[in-house]
Design a protein around this ligand. Sequence first.
Ligand SMILES: [Mn+2]
Length: 205
Amino acid sequence: MLSQYTFDRLILLGDIFDNLNFARLKKEHWNLLSVVRKLSNPKRNTEVIWVEGNHDEGLSEIMSHLIGIDVFKEYTWEINGKKFLAIHGHQFDRFLNENVIISSVASFIYDRIQRWGNEKQTVARFLKSRSKGWLRLAKKVADGAVEYGKHRKADVVICGHTHQAEKHDYPEKNMIYYNSGCWTDIPSSYILIDDSGKAEIKYSE
Ligand SMILES: [Mn+2]
């Protein structure tokens, strides 16, 4: 998908890597890295930004040397006077911060389910749509992100982390929240922002 389109800026919103175990990377993973590295070549005029997630915290520095892109804790930019803030979102996930072990077990299981699942990943999708815990997490991250976004004087806040692609308006706070969903799900979701600053949730074909 990345090589199908042209764009001025690519923001990788965290958890691109699961852990430091490079031995686990397969050919397709190296291919992806090579695409990202080529994109970030100054001649291409594409800005590539890596925002750290909870899985690739610390790892990002190594990656920035390996593929030569800048790594941020959070990233802000402006289009048409509108201020955007991109932050992974685990910062607003209290459960994760207080239950690191349970959370890593849960993330391991999700990864397995994704792999066991069929092409359409019915199980992973079913889990996300039915699990109350998941919906609660998605809401908490959204609320926390909007609070924080207000503090950072943003008009639009974009997170990842919850694997749930969504858009919410907070008219009383004058703020729009997006979640970019999950890039390893099928279809994978992402947020596209045009020159006028209009944002939209998209899905890969
Ligand atoms: Mn995460």
